[in-house]
Design a protein around this ligand. Structure first.
Ligand SMILES: CC(C)(COP(=O)(O)OP(=O)(O)OC[C@H]1O[C@@H](n2cnc3c(N)ncnc32)[C@H](O)[C@@H]1OP(=O)(O)O)[C@@H](O)C(=O)NCCC(=O)NCCS
Length: 404
């Protein structure tokens, strides 16, 4: 079995060669000024799997993010990334060994949450991760995009839109994004060095984009839309960032009003977003590419449950198994006035569940009774699943649009 060792800055080349080989790719040369995604890597959080003969065969890394929990708590979270095993060494337990090593390191740093985006949905559940946020893409034929809401005379965003280019935005996008992510459950921080080095997908990368910046009536920027024409007459919006629904609507109206455009594709929209309901014809916006986005893994259950905010009083006994870390615990979760306590108990459980299912319901984006009906979660009394549905809800659907 290969040895798993931590990396340093000096390992960057071998790390990238190994990772690219795992994805059957070659290192691309980004267009001038757009930045390399790997410049965001924290090489002291990288892992290399190396055979006894000294050959590197696997990689994994982690970013130090903050994750916004329901109720607005900002929790440190390891953002697992750059995971790959070269094709000659697959299905021999290399990833399993790296995951074990990494989870131990994450815990040792005091992080109680680990998150990732999964290339294939079958890989990570066995390591305790569950899908926790969902996202999709709206495609709207421009000529049918009549807004019915807000109706004439009803309050809309009062402000103005200024058009800029990505290259002239400086710290502006970073500031708007940072304000937004602090209020949005499921959102991740975008550390300053990501923006500074253009490491990420547009508009974090410096690839050319038009940026519509919304300013409130006092001139304070409170939202943006990043977009470009992706095909002859298709306008693709990478993201609309704001925590104000009226500003979102104003920016959506703006991108949907472009002449010479037949359709607008808005990427990274949360499943229950109100935009579809604002159009005169509910079927105008076609929902596509919808699926899981952020996967969550709990590493300290009492700390994770007491850190998030809660919106309904209640009491549940959860019996949680963690087969990968060979752990098991029964916890009494009590919520009073928005705060939870969580202690070990010997009482009979209301629900039995795997730690990956707890990861799925943790941010309020997966309904516990859906997992109960699917046979993942076991309810030991008739009201337990409904109570969990009420209890685990967030103030709004969690959403993450950070690529890493
Ligand atoms: C995904 C990947 C890292 C797995 O590495 P690996 O070393 O082969 O994984 P392991 O041998 O530790 O597998 C552990 C278990 O997961 C299963 N598994 C792992 N990857 C799987 C996949 N892609 N599809 C189905 N099952 C998979 C294995 O069959 C094994 O099951 P078992 O314990 O029942 O035998 C590797 O296939 C890879 O590099 N793929 C291409 C890049 C990629 O997708 N990376 C993930 C980015 S999020």
């Amino acid at each position: 079995m290969p040895e798993i060792r931590s990396t340093t800055d000096e390992d960057l080349d071998v790390f990238l060669e190994t990772l690219h080989a795992a994805f059957a790719r070659f290192r691309e040369t980004p267009a001038e000024g757009t930045g390399f995604w790997w410049s965001a890597l924290e090489m002291d959080r990288g892992l290399l799997a190396v055979t006894p003969a000294g050959r590197p065969v696997g990689t994994a890394a982690a970013h130090s993010f903050e994750l916004t929990l329901p109720g607005g708590t900002l929790a440190p979270a390891a953002g697992v990334t750059a995971v790959g095993v070269v094709p000659t060494h697959r299905r021999q337990g290399v990833l399993t060994a790296m995951m074990r090593h990494q989870l131990a390191e994450v815990r040792a740093r005091g992080e109680f949450l680990s998150v990732l985006l999964s290339s294939e949905a079958v890989i990570y559940r066995r390591f305790g991760y569950g899908p926790a946020t969902y996202t999709g893409r709206l495609t709207v034929p421009r000529h049918q995009a009549t807004f019915a809401v807000p109706r004439a005379g009803e309050p809309a965003a009062t402000g103005s839109i200024e058009l800029r280019q990505r290259a002239e935005c400086g710290a502006l996008l970073e500031e708007i994004y940072d304000r937004y992510r602090r209020k949005q459950p499921g959102a991740l921080s975008r550390p300053h060095h990501w923006w500074a080095s253009g490491a990420g997908q547009p508009p974090v990368s410096l690839a050319q984009r038009h940026i519509a910046v919304h300013h409130d009536e006092d001139g304070v920027p409170d939202g943006y839309a990043a977009y470009a024409l992706s095909e002859a007459t298709t306008l693709t919006v990478d993201e609309i960032i704001t925590s104000d629904d009226a500003v979102f609507t104003a920016l959506a109206r703006f991108v949907l009003s472009h002449d010479l455009v037949t359709q607008v594709v808005i990427k990274q929209v949360p499943p229950g977003h109100p935009l579809r309901w604002q159009l005169a014809d509910f079927r105008t916006a076609d929902v596509g590419d919808d699926g899981d986005w952020l996967w969550v893994r709990l590493l300290d259950i009492p700390r994770a449950l007491t850190s998030r905010g809660w919106f309904t009083d209640g009491e549940l006994i959860l019996d949680v198994t963690d087969p990968f870390l060979t752990e098991q615990g029964r916890y009494l979760l009590e919520v009073r006035a928005g705060k939870a306590t969580c202690v070990r108990t010997d009482r009979e459980p209301d629900l039995s569940l795997d730690v990956s299912d707890l990861g799925s319901i943790y941010l309020g984006g997966t309904v516990p009774s859906t997992l109960e009906r699917a046979g993942h979660i076991r309810a030991h009394n008739p009201s337990a699943a409904a109570l969990a549905d009420n209890l685990f809800r967030a103030e709004r659907d969690p959403h993450c649009l950070q690529w890493f």
